[in-house]
Design a binder for this molecule. Sequence first.
Ligand SMILES: Nc1ncnc2c1ncn2[C@@H]1O[C@H](COP(=O)(O)OP(=O)(O)OP(=O)(O)O)[C@@H](O)[C@H]1O
Length: 294
Amino acid sequence: MKAIVELRQLTKTYGKSRGISDVTFAIGEGEVFGFIGPNGAGKSTAIRTLLNFVFPTSGSASILGMDIVKDAKAIRRQVGYLPSEVFYYDDMKVIDLLKYSAAFYGQTESKRIVELAERLDLDLSRKIEDLSFGNRKKVGIVQALVHRPKLLILDEPTGGLDPLMQNTFFELLAEERGNGTTVFFSSHILSEVQKMCDRVAIIKEGALIKVESVEQLLKNNLKNITLTANRPEAIGLPQLSGIIKQETSGSHVKLLYGGDMKALIQGLADCAFTDILIEEPSLEEVFIHYYEKE
Ligand SMILES: Nc1ncnc2c1ncn2[C@@H]1O[C@H](COP(=O)(O)OP(=O)(O)OP(=O)(O)O)[C@@H](O)[C@H]1O
C-alpha cells in the first residue's frame, strides 16, 4: 500500500503545553481515514503540523512522498484543506474569494466552483461578512475541493452544517473517494466516522492509542446484551470476567460483554429473564471502552 500520509514519531509541544507526542501512522492511497478523539486530544495540532502551520518539535512526516517542512509549499498546492474554523476577508464576495483561491491552485475557470456551490446551496454573490457560520463552512468546503486534490485534509468538517447539508457533504466525499482521492478527516462525531471511514486513528491526550479498521474495531468481540426480566433486581447474574459494564433501567438489565460467548450463555441459563437481545455495540461504545481502559 502506497503511503500518501506518513507520520514518524511526530511530536509538537507548545512550550510546556502538550500538543501531540510520538505519533506514528500511515494513510494509504485511496483510504478514507478518520482521526478521532475528544476536544483537546491533539487532532488539530497534528493536522496543523502536517501542513506546516506549526513546526514539529521532533519526529518527521511526509505527504505525497514530500517532507512536511522542506516541501511545505509544494504540499499545500496539492492538498485540499478545510480548517475547523474558517477565517476570510469579510469584505470580499464569495465568488471572488473562490476564484482567487482556485487561481492559487492553477485553476482559471469557474465551472467547478459553480457546480460545487449549487450542490451545497451556497450563494456566490453574497459578501463573506453576511454569511452564517455554516455558509462560511461551505465556502471552505468548495475551497478544499475546487482543484480536485489527491489528498483532502478536513478538520471537523461537518461543524455548523445542518443534517441535510452534512448528507450532501458526505455524498461529495464519496464521489471524491470514487475518483481515488485519499481523505483524512478529524472528528469527534463517531457516527459519521463509522459511516465514512475505512480506518481510524484514536488519539488521547496527544498520544495515539489505536489505529484500526472500523470493521475490526466493531468486531472486537464486544457485545451489548439486554436482558428483560419481571424483577431485574432478582435476575441472578453470574460473576463473569467478561462483563465490562452492567446497568439496570426499568425492566431491562444491560451488559457490555467482552468475553467468551459460550461462558455467558451457560452462565445465563439459570437466570430469571424473559427475553434476551444480543447486539453489536456502536463505534461510540467501543470508543468509550478504549478511553476508559487505556
Ligand atoms: N497554540 C497553542 N498554544 C498552546 N497550546 C496549544 C495550542 N494549540 C493547541 N494547544 C494545546 O494542545 C493540545 C491539543 O489541542 P488540539 O487543538 O490539537 O486538540 P483537538 O483534538 O484538535 O481538539 P478540538 O476538537 O477541541 O479542536 C491541547 O492541550 C491544547 O490546549
